[in-house]
Design a protein around this ligand. Structure first.
Ligand code: PMP
Length: 443
């Protein structure tokens, strides 16, 4: 049997359907990872590769954290599973209280899920169900944003705005629409573009079109990450919140990436952008990407409506077999211990200006069309390569940087950076030097 890449046979290579449509480009020469520690992966060829994307925007505490492994091990030896149906265990209650301590009293419950996608589905369903239970049965419309990404489920793709994710599915949820993407017209803006309320006020046009009585909820990311690291103008979320409040529309802020330190605070919507959403979703870094875990934070009063109706047959029958899985909760507790001890929820704000200068230093390359940044996030948008497949240049850079020891993320024409929060300024220099060299070599 012939051996292909990574020491796998052709049959083995064919057997795993790699997620996301990048298969076409990536499966031809997959990169295999064998080990991970601190900021580094080690490939099957023994190469050390600095992780400049926190895995997939999720390993914020860095890799190989023995404390998490130990907590998971001990949990599995003590209570490996507790059915989520009509039973539970202590950990999710304790974890919820601990997480809620980072939010104002406006939030009162946490619902656990296994991914960002499930967090989005859960929040969307909660929003719809809340209005139904409140007697506002006409409120069924869900509004997302162009280039928004909330996951792979039908709810998420119906409100999401990345055309590739929904192209093959004509039968999505009915009654959805999208706000236009909030992106400044001028390239190379550092941090948030200048205040421009017209972006958020596009919601008023949708209210005019459909009437507020039919709109249940709006869902947006603080920064659209998968859409290309698009940073909305200053005051965007605040204005959206005002309009939603005025028109009795629930606001869901998808902090699957942006919570837990990515933008310099435990929860960016509340602390950085000064709004109180009705639901905050998170996942990714909650268990540092090592065990699937996500959560929906619910504003006070919402749960009470569900409770007040729960003696009827219209209970909110929603959950997952692995909701509040004991090992995942134990991992999240250990992650909180680490983040609190090492000050990682606030680390991005210390590094932000250094990071900003560093990423914007790549502006000189003729292949670079725009650079955007916020917290410890950056997107470097390239000029598309004429006559090549979309994303060809970022794919080339992804491969070349990997060979030179840096993992970046190719995201259409945008190269995304999202390093672990344990990064030092010298590591930032290293990433930028490799990127700068490799940009310089592009044809
Ligand atoms: N929301 C956002 C903002 C995301 O970035 C992602 C994943 N990139 C998701 C939801 C979906 O998360 P998951 O892949 O864990 O389902």
């Amino acid at each position: 049997m012939s051996k292909a890449n990574g020491g796998l046979t052709e049959e083995e290579l064919k057997s795993f359907w790699m997620p996301f449509s990048t298969n076409r480009l990536y499966k031809a020469a997959p990169h295999f990872l064998r080990e991970a520690s601190g900021l580094y992966f080690k490939s099957d060829k023994g190469q050390r590769v600095m992780d400049a994307v926190s895995g997939l925007w999720c390993c914020s505490l860095g890799h190989g954290r023995k404390e998490i492994a130990q907590a998971v091990y001990e949990q599995l030896c003590t209570l490996d599973y507790a059915p989520s149906y009509q039973l539970s265990h202590e950990l999710p209650f304790k974890l919820s209280r601990r997480l809620l301590n980072y939010l104002p009293d406006d939030f009162s419950q946490v619902f656990y899920v296994n991914s960002g996608s499930e967090a989005a589905e859960t929040a969307l369903k909660m929003a719809l169900a809340y209005h139904q239970l409140s007697g506002k049965t006409e409120k069924v419309r869900l509004i997302g944003r162009e280039l928004g990404y909330h996951g792979a489920g039908f709810g998420a793709i119906s409100v999401g705005g990345i055309p590739n994710n929904s192209r093959l599915f004509p039968n999505q949820l009915q009654f959805t629409d999208r706000l236009p993407v909030a992106r400044g017209d001028n390239p190379f803006i550092k941090g948030e573009p200048e205040r421009d309320d017209t972006q958020a006020e596009k919601l008023l046009e949708l209210i005019e079109k459909y009437s507020a009585e039919t709109i249940a909820a709006v869902i947006v990311e603080p920064v659209s990450c998968s859409g290309g690291v698009l940073v909305p103008p200053e005051g965007y979320l605040k204005r959206l919140r005002e309009i939603c409040t005025e028109h009795d529309i629930l606001l869901i802020v998808d902090e699957v990436i942006c919570a837990l330190g990515r933008l310099g605070h435990p929860f960016s919507s509340v602390e950085r952008f000064g709004v109180i959403p009705d639901f905050i979703t998170t996942a990714k870094s909650l268990a540092n990407g090592v065990i699937p875990l996500g959560a929906v934070f619910v504003r006070s009063g919402i749960y009470d409506v569900f409770l007040s109706k729960s003696d009827t047959l219209v209970d909110f029958f929603h959950g997952y077999t692995f909701t509040a899985n004991p090992a995942a909760c134990a991992a999240a507790m250990a992650c909180m211990d680490i983040a609190e001890r090492e000050g990682l929820y606030y680390r991005a704000s210390e590094l932000e200006s250094y990071w900003e200068q560093a990423v914007h230093s790549l502006r000189g390359s003729p292949h670079v069309k725009d650079i955007r940044n916020l917290g410890l996030l950056a997107g470097i948008e390239l000029v598309p390569a004429p006559g090549e497949l979309p994303g060809y240049r970022t794919w080339q850079l992804f491969r070349n940087c990997f060979e030179k020891g840096v993992l970046v993320r190719a995201n259409g024409e945008v190269l995304a950076l999202c390093p672990p929060l344990i990064i030092e300024t010298s590591d930032i220099d290293y990433i930028i030097n490799v990127l700068s060299d490799e940009l310089g070599k592009l044809k």
